[in-house]
Design a protein around this ligand. Sequence first.
Ligand code: MN
Length: 244
Amino acid sequence: MDKVTQAKRDIVIANRILAMEGVVDAYGHVSVRHPEDPGRFFIARSLSPELVGLDDIVEYTLDGKAIGDTRPPYLERYIHGAMYEKRPDVTNVIHAHAEATLPFGITNVPLRPVFHMAGAIGGTIPVWDIEDKFGDATNMLVTNREQGLDLAECLGNNKVVLMRGHGFSAVHTSFVGLVTMSVYLPSNARVLLEAMKLGEVKGLSDNEIATRGKNDPNSPAARRGWRYWATKAGVGELLSDADR
Ligand code: MN
């Protein structure tokens, strides 16, 4: 199968998994850089992740213009284009509002990995506050390239950036890695919040985080999760031959 077709299938799989796992709800979106044109990306038209199918995938330029499609786009597609623009290494982007992450965007308590599966979120998760540069007259959404680039600047070389009073955005170099990380990010936030009720928390050390971060997102062990979630979400028929 050609790379573009599989990339579109992977977007559908990722949408369905993230919806099933509660990382996204009616809102939130996930994208992939065009495998043959780094200046473009694929993302669904404005549609809830649970409802996304192959016919809903649209190609965009990094500054948010749809190629040959007039259906309404996601207002916050600029998050994706800006991440691809600022981070040439990145091939996959998610934006979501997972509730468990929100407390860490509105307090000074840092979100850090506290169990092994969440190690990939990294030891530094910056918090972006739209008010810092754009004032408090915004609707809190990233609705243009300038805001997207400011968010990407705050992300820096990290994997995840929290957005104050809004949610998070995250990047990866593979769909398997992005989805796995996005499933365990809110999970880690819940565990950390529970643990803080009990007392002092011992999270992963910097060395442990660095070592977990070196895991190959395309190893058989990593793809096991992708295959499991895709099948459970009812889109196993879209998996690549290698994953079936
Ligand atoms: Mn949003």
